[in-house]
Design a protein around this ligand. Structure first.
Ligand code: DQA
Length: 151
């Protein structure tokens, strides 16, 4: 039986537009457009359609999450630094009744203590961190499995 096609929002927070030039020892040399392209390719193999977005603005991220209540079956989010600070993003995520998967390129638990707490994790089905850009692909696969389990 053909798998149902779902729309997935892949949302990226502040400074992720600088990937490739930003601390490459931590985040690697791949830029966000390259990650988006890899996500597009895998998504189409998995029968998913993705909307890949980035914003540096906390309020805009909140608005995008609110709007995702319509038309999306899941959200993959790397809230970047707002992961560790934003109750507003936490509250917006609670509005969603679709699965949320949290992604980080770096292993946040190997880094400074202030990165060890996440306001996203309590509202996420799962967390993927430490695998660089590949983490987004793992998240897409996990999302496909979650949606199939739900069907
Ligand atoms: C990040 C980890 C955050 O602590 C940091 O502020 C980022 C990127 C990651 O993908 O590893 O901007 O979310």
């Amino acid at each position: 039986m053909a798998k149902q096609r779902h729309n997935i929002l892949v949302l990226n927070g502040p400074n992720l537009n600088m990937l490739g030039v930003r601390e490459p020892d931590v985040y690697g040399f791949k830029n966000l457009s390259a990650i988006a392209l890899e996500c597009e390719e895998l998504a189409s193999e998995l029968g998913l359609a993705i909307d890949f977005r980035q914003s540096n603005d906390e309020g805009e991220l909140v608005t995008i999450i609110q709007q995702a209540r319509e038309g999306f079956s899941g959200l993959i989010i790397n809230a970047a630094a707002y992961t560790h600070t934003s109750i507003a993003i936490h509250d917006a995520l609670k509005l969603l009744d679709v699965p949320v998967i949290e992604v980080h390129l770096s292993n946040i638990y190997q880094r400074e203590a202030f990165r060890h707490h996440s306001y996203v994790s309590p509202v996420a089905a799962g967390v993927i961190c430490g695998f660089g850009g590949h983490g987004y692909l793992l998240a897409l696969q996990a999302m496909r499995a979650l949606l199939d389990d739900d069907a």
